[in-house]
Design a protein around this ligand. Structure first.
Ligand code: GRF
Length: 199
């Protein structure tokens, strides 16, 4: 694998896009977000990206691939490469990615998950945390590997679960913490790879 470079960032998002918005607002110099792709045509994330003037903003519909995850993911990789992307951030991307997609982007693709991994993988992580009665919740930025939400952990932030918290109130309190952690983590990766290249 050639050396890691985080300069032209691609973001994959399926929904609201608040983490994308935080990344778009942040100073990621010398990197920038050059491509935002979504599997959902109506994802507000696409509109956010258009408004921010991202070079390539595209909806890639999974339907024509008739459930062939590998083929769909190959089209995502092709679009990312076409845009010159060298690093991928998943931000509320609701699809399970195929092993070949992970191989294409190994060590160059990260995700944010709203729990302190390895606890509460998968959907509704905040509801899982409430149901388990934990006193600390949080979020995790990790590399994406074949197994869902199980790749190497890069950074975590914790918050207290308060008496009376619901999945919703916990999610609302966690969201700004996610935004901060994702931005800081990407900034650190950008700067460490930029320094490594210039030295
Ligand atoms: C966030 O909670 C993120 O941790 C999870 O999906 C949610 C996406 O929210 N992976 P948004 O689309 O970034 O607002």
């Amino acid at each position: 694998m050639s050396s890691l470079r985080v300069k032209r960032i691609g973001v994959l998002a399926s929904g609201r896009g608040s983490n994308l918005a935080a990344l778009l607002k942040a100073d990621l110099t010398p990197a920038q977000i050059v491509c935002v792709l979504s599997d959902k045509a109506a994802a507000p994330a696409l509109e956010l990206a258009r408004q921010a003037g991202v070079e390539v903003v595209q909806h890639l519909a999974p339907k024509p691939f008739a459930g062939d995850r590998t083929a769909y993911d190959a089209s995502v990789t092709a679009a990312l490469r076409e845009a010159g992307v060298d690093f991928v951030c998943l931000a509320g991307y609701m699809r399970l990615v195929s092993p070949s997609f992970v191989a294409d982007w190994r060590g160059r693709m990260i995700n944010i998950h709203p729990s302190l991994l390895p606890s509460f993988k998968g959907l509704d992580a905040q509801a899982q945390a409430i149901a388990a009665g934990v006193k600390l919740a949080g979020c995790t930025v990790h590399y994406v590997s074949e197994e869902m939400d199980a790749g190497e952990i890069i950074a975590q932030a914790a918050i207290e679960v308060l008496p009376g918290d619901t999945a919703l109130s916990l999610s609302e309190r966690l969201l700004p913490v996610e935004h901060r952690l994702y931005v800081e983590t990407v900034q650190k990766l950008v700067r460490s790879t930029a320094t490594a290249q210039s030295s």
